[in-house]
Design a binder for this molecule. Structure first.
Ligand code: AOF
Ligand code: ZN
Length: 346
């Protein structure tokens, strides 16, 4: 691949544009675009502001007007080649007289793919793959969902030091500290779906919204999904109008995820109880684990995950720790620890 230093730094700028604060998450990827003049100076910039809005390239082309002719478009995702909610960027780039296109991540979305080939056919120079890993990281769950045909699953739980998620009488409300709960709301806000089982709805009656000091407007609240065959009592808080709720009438994790994927969902925050956690783990459908550990001992009570059928240490499920974060306690509250992990793939 031959790209210039100016193109490389323009790509870094385009990646920064892609994650401009305030851009809502999903279902579209985050994309940034910079138009460079032949001397390497910036002519215009653009970024995608979410599904329904113009694509990054179109934003930059609009800003550039006639000055787009002869430029190099540096874009974090391969320009699309389809008419979806908006028209194809490939055609817009051709029509504007862009001379060269440098992109980072290839678009593997089957409906949008083919932009590079279309541009080349029109005589435009195309280079792909510049800082591709950074672009994939920006759209981690979008990329994952496309590659796997299902949403990425983050399993989150809170436990005491001795691995209990609820006391013997079933109470579980105050295992984690206020700082940890706030942190959970922040992480919820980064997902597009929260998932629990009908049992959790019955027993805990969770609200499953993003709240506290995390300010998320109603339109951007994650979907609340409940899975299981049991009917939901109409007075459950999850059925209020603070966010959208869907009842997936299945006990199979793969089926639930397929249904969520069909609804354009890319990142599930699994917050169910130990039985649901076991089902997802047993099916190999947990991609990330977030555990909040509280310095508290119970000695009895249910664990974070139900019996996995493991009887000897050699069969333990091992996780790889990717991050350790201390949530400092204030005003006499416990300090909690957040562990982020990935399961080892079989
Ligand atoms: C681009 N530039 O800025 C974005 C692209 O529903 P639509 O019409 O917005 O199309 C969404 C699909 O288009 C999305 O899944 C991805 O494949 C591509 N997104 N492409 O050229 C952009 N956001
Ligand atoms: Zn496009």
């Amino acid at each position: 691949m031959t790209t210039s230093e100016a193109e490389r730094s323009a790509m870094r700028r385009a990646l920064a544009l892609a994650v401009t604060p305030g851009v809502p998450l999903g279902p579209n990827p985050r994309v940034g675009c910079v138009l460079l003049a032949p001397d390497g100076t910036t002519v215009a910039e653009g970024f995608h502001r979410g599904a329904g809005g113009p694509h990054a390239e179109v934003e930059a082309l609009r800003e550039a007007g006639d000055a787009a002719r002869g430029t190099t478009a540096v874009v974090t995702l391969e320009p699309c080649n389809h008419t979806g909610r908006t028209g194809p960027c490939s055609e817009a780039l051709v029509a504007a007289g862009v001379r060269r296109v440098v992109f980072a991540q290839a678009d593997t979305n089957p409906v949008a793919a083919g932009g590079a080939a279309r541009l080349r056919a029109a005589g435009i120079e195309v280079e792909g793959g510049l800082l591709a890993e950074d672009a994939q990281a920006v759209n981690r769950t979008w990329t994952f969902a496309l590659d796997h045909g299902r949403p990425f699953v983050t399993w989150k739980f809170a436990t005491t030091l001795d691995g209990r998620s609820a006391a013997a009488d079933g109470t579980s409300r105050w295992v984690s500290s206020r700082a940890a709960r706030l942190d959970t709301h922040r992480l919820r806000g980064l997902c597009d779906t929260m998932l629990v089982g009908t049992n959790t709805v019955e027993v805990d009656d969770p609200e499953l919204t993003v709240r506290d000091e995390v300010d998320v407007p109603l339109a951007h609240q994650p979907l609340r999904a409940v899975m299981g065959l049991r009917d939901l009592a109409p007075d459950r808080r999850i059925l209020d109008d603070r966010a959208e709720t869907v009842h997936l009438r299945t006990r199979e994790p793969a089926e639930a995820l397929a249904e969520l994927f069909a609804r354009d969902r890319q990142h599930v925050f699994l917050e169910g109880g130990p039985t649901l956690a076991r089902a997802f783990l047993a099916a190999g459908l947990v991609d990330e684990v977030v555990a909040y550990v509280a310095p508290m001992l119970l000695g009895a009570g249910s664990g974070a995950v139900a019996d996995l059928g493991i009887t000897t240490i050699a069969d333990a499920v091992h996780l790889h720790v990717t991050d350790v974060h201390v949530l400092q306690g204030h005003d006499g509250e416990d300090t909690n620890v957040r562990l982020t992990m990935t399961p080892h793939r079989r």
